[in-house]
Write a protein that binds this ligand. Structure first.
Ligand SMILES: NC(=O)c1ccc[n+]([C@@H]2O[C@H](COP(=O)([O-])OP(=O)(O)OC[C@H]3O[C@@H](n4cnc5c(N)ncnc54)[C@H](OP(=O)(O)O)[C@@H]3O)[C@@H](O)[C@H]2O)c1
Length: 284
């Protein structure tokens, strides 16, 4: 599911490179077209339209269940699991969850989907990225290029940032193993250590060859800036940004696991390695 999104696109590409047949889906065939490759079948469906999901389930043995992070996430992911049950094929649910602990609406939605998954009697595995470096650092491009600045409101909270490429590799490892190997397992995919935004700025400075500063703002001032200068509406800001930063500040994103190494046999990408690999994007 969500094959045109940040995670789905990479997972489709990794599976195709491995020669694993994959059905890639989103709402628009035109948006799916760039994913066309040998072994990749493109099929349009809408998670808001349960009937459209039924044809997707024919002949598949795993489904990566993943809906965008908005107020419809729970309903859309439940629609997918219900379509899998109706198909009657006992395919495995591979649920993309969150590795950060959320005591908020996002956490409630995630727990409801996990309950639906467990109630479905289908084999299942959850894969929860701690929090992805691309999501956290790419939005700072203009601020870094123009002002050599990273901004947030999480103080010196430690965060186990993980690279998107590592999450895709972990998902591909689960999707290509035997169902029995990972059934009932909850994996949390993290970087090698939890670091503060000050340490992130140091890694960015080393990679970009000039000083990048971290400026910690009071939460209220940060919210005002996002609403008035970055153009967010309050609901989107809450679900896409603030509930994550609040969890970071509360120390709920600091967990480090060895699950990535267990699934792939490799060490996860560090923040310093990520900035070295992505420096060109921030050089203007
Ligand atoms: N970023 C992180 O650090 C992080 C960490 C842990 C978990 N997550 C989880 O990752 C998920 C988001 O994944 P992402 O970042 O890959 O998403 P994304 O880049 O925002 O892409 C959204 C995807 O959803 C598809 N989509 C939207 N509405 C749809 C509908 N009604 N029916 C079918 N497809 C629909 C879009 O496809 P079309 O527009 O082409 O239809 C697109 O492929 C969230 O559930 C979030 O909780 C993110």
């Amino acid at each position: 599911m969500s094959a045109t999104g940040m995670f789905g696109r990479q997972v489709v590409q990794v599976l195709a490179q491995q020669g694993v047949p994959v059905r890639a889906t989103g709402r628009s065939l035109a948006r799916l077209e760039p994913l066309r490759a040998p072994g990749v079948e493109l099929m349009a469906a809408d998670m808001d339209d349960p009937a459209s999901l039924q044809p997707l389930m024919q002949g598949v043995d795993r489904v990566l269940v993943n809906a965008p992070m908005d107020a419809c996430k729970q309903q859309r992911e439940c629609h997918v699991i219900e379509a899998m049950v109706r198909a009657g094929a006992q395919a495995q649910v591979v649920l993309l969850t969150g590795g950060v602990e959320h005591n908020d609406a996002l956490g409630d939605a995630g727990r409801a989907v996990e309950q639906a998954m467990s109630d479905s009697q289908l084999p299942w595995t959850t894969v929860g990225p701690q929090t992805v470096m691309e999501s956290n650092f790419y939005p700072f491009r203009d601020l870094i290029v123009g002002n050599s600045l990273l901004l947030s409101c999480v103080g010196e909270a430690q965060v186990g940032f993980v690279a998107l490429e590592d999450v895709s590799a972990a998902l591909a490892a689960v999707l290509t193993a035997s169902v029995e190997q990972h059934h009932g397992r909850d994996y949390v995919i993290t970087g090698p250590q939890a670091v503060s935004f000050t340490a992130v700025a140091e890694a960015a400075s080393a990679a970009l060859g000039r000083p990048i500063s971290y400026q910690d703002m009071p939460r209220g001032a940060f919210v005002d800036m996002m609403l008035n200068e970055a153009g967010y509406d309050p609901a989107t800001l809450d679900i896409e940004v603030m509930c994550h930063l609040d969890a970071f500040r509360a120390g709920q994103a600091s967990r480090i696991t060895t699950d990535f190494r267990q699934l792939t046999g490799r060490n996860p990408t560090s923040v310093a390695q990520w900035w070295q690999a992505n420096a060109a994007y921030f050089l203007g």
